[in-house]
Design a binder for this molecule. Sequence first.
Ligand SMILES: *Cc1c(COP(=O)(O)O)cnc(C)c1O
Length: 364
Amino acid sequence: MNIPCNKLSSQFFKYQEEYENKVIEVLRSGWYILGNEVKSFEEEFASFNGNKYCVGLASGLDSLVLAFDSLGIKEGDEVICQANAYIASVMGITRNGATPIFVEPDEYYNIDISKIEEKITIKTKAILVVHLYGQSANMEKICDIAKKYNLYVVEDCAQSHGAMYNGKRVGSFGTIGCFSFYPSKNLGAFGDAGAITTDNEELSIKIKKLRNYGSGKRYYNEYIGYNSRLDEIQAGLLRVKLKHLEELTKEREKICNRYLKEIKNSNIVLPKILDNSNTVWHQFVVRSDKRSELIDFLSNKGIGSIIHYPIPPYLQEAYRYLGYKKGDFSITEKYSDTVLSIPLYNGMTEEEQDTVINALNEFN
Ligand SMILES: *Cc1c(COP(=O)(O)O)cnc(C)c1O
């Protein structure tokens, strides 16, 4: 049996007719950019997420770049961010000229809240929270700290569509929530797409202008903007998938609950779930001190796995100018040396799940 780490086709075939009908509908409409599909998706996603506004954008990276731009965050400003973030999270900060200030993650792979305050300086403007692997961070505590120091909170929800803290969705706590709809995300489009959510009308209007050359009225340009429009086909397809998102999330949850219950191996550390928080299981991430042996062992059985992520942003070539070196964040580095994502996708059969569980239990 061959079990890939991820497989996107089955979630397409499950609702094939709905997707195909939507594409044909948009193609025949004669309207391809910023039309009714985008407008409707924005309304539906805002409502799903418990936000007043949503603005559709071209990608997740753009959602971060435009979020910080709209907040006026620029060169000389500092943004606090977990050291084990995804590279795009950090690029959202640095594309605006601001400096990321890294904080170690906690045992849930999210920002360690107890280490935030010591990093706050007079230059700090915002905290970027990355709800990694699908799980919400403790947003109440983070919002309390932000309030105390008068900081913005930007949430990177690219891996956590629908996840909640105390029954409230991620992306609805902070000033702005940033989303990617890259095909492999839990709410994935069939191409590149992204969005922001906010309750701040002024910011939503500004980001709507920024995505379209800084223009609110045709040929009048208020800002030096971007071309970061969500297109009608992707918006239409996202509307179809959004209707099924809860069901798709439940399916992932069911698989992961089996993993949590049935994987028993002292060489493998399973993920933990924070109190009052939930995860939508973007990834099922285990840790092993014998990771490379584990990868080979699984691979010999035809089971795929992938490392999210092997090199932390501060050690990337692109960020050499920040002046960090190996050893600067020991917890982050321990994670990047030991984490492994095992197969998880909608449409995964019970037999495939059994094979993964048995293999992990046999490894020593
Ligand atoms: C995928 C991802 C992004 C970037 O999204 P794109 O749509 O690929 O630009 C940003 N942050 C996180 C945490 C991600 O997982």
